[in-house]
Design a protein around this ligand. Structure first.
Ligand code: URA
Length: 269
């Protein structure tokens, strides 16, 4: 591999992305590095990079997709090194109608409108659809975000669902076993009927994946629609006690619990 290749790790040199070459996990693009350091959104980061305000190892870099080695490269913004920010972990009860993006070109409300006073830059861990309400973790801890969203970590996410039709036991079993979707079969899920009311079934489903519109697509595959979707827990953290639209900080124990036993000593950094 050449001088700029990804294989040579010990030169302390930034490496340009090569099409088709998968970077190591500790490599992040420059725009993401700035955003995850708490400076702002990736869109803002891209404009700062384009404006020549960012350097890597003393050299001005104007390519947002430039690969940065998180452990070795020295990134500066307006000449000042990026400093590690206090890790922030928020649990937000997202109301229906809010987007989990930073800014919406159509001007619709986003989850950032609910936390205008939070000084640290935080990003939502996974997405909730505009019409879904419930628990959303917002943090600047990339490791936690990556861990929770990686299906291999098997962090459970539980949703309360109201379906547009009464669902039979066979249909709930189908959800449990896995549903064939356009992006592959879903992993086994825990499903419990809560109650049937009139023409609707209310049930609880726990999944460990987080595919786009996963629960809605699973229910649609049964020939029904989701009328209401609320995420009521993530791992061992439940929604109880949190008011809609409000947030609270996660405790160090809750953060460790999300990482699982292997990282139980992790806390605020
Ligand atoms: N599944 C969905 O369909 N939507 C969400 O927002 C979350 C999970």
């Amino acid at each position: 591999m050449g001088k700029q290749g990804l294989g040579k790790q010990r030169q302390n040199k930034p490496r340009q992305s090569k099409p088709g070459v998968k970077p190591e996990a500790k490599l992040k693009t420059l725009d993401r590095t700035l955003s995850r350091a708490g400076l702002g959104s990736r869109t803002e980061a891209r404009s700062w990079i384009g404006a020549g305000r960012v350097a890597v190892n003393g050299k001005k870099i104007q390519t947002p997709d430039f690969w940065v080695d998180q452990e070795r490269d020295r990134v500066t913004f307006d000449g000042r090194p990026l400093v590690a920010r206090r890790k922030t972990y928020l649990l937000l009860y997202k109301p229906k109608g809010y987007l989990t993006t930073y800014k919406d070109p159509e001007g619709r409300p986003t989850v950032y409108d609910l936390i205008p006073d939070v000084e640290e830059w935080v990003f939502p861990v996974g997405r909730l659809d505009q019409d879904t309400s419930g628990l959303l973790i917002m943090t600047n801890d990339t490791a936690l975000g990556d861990f929770i969203t990686n299906p291999e970590s098997k962090v459970a996410k539980t949703y309360l669902v109201k379906s547009s039709t009464l669902l039979t036991d066979d249909q709930l079993d189908h959800l449990r076993r896995g549903i064939e979707l356009s992006d592959g079969s879903t992993s086994p899920a825990l499903v419990e009927r809560v109650r049937d009311s009139g023409r609707y079934t209310h049930f609880e489903i726990t999944i460990t994946e987080g595919r786009n519109r996963q629960v809605r697509r699973m229910v649609e595959a049964l020939g029904a629609k989701v009328l209401k979707l609320v995420r009521v827990s993530i791992g061992s953290i439940a929604i109880a006690g949190l008011e809609i639209g409000k947030r609270r900080e996660l405790t160090p124990e809750e953060v460790s619990g999300l990482f699982g036993r292997a990282q139980a000593s992790r806390g605020r950094g």
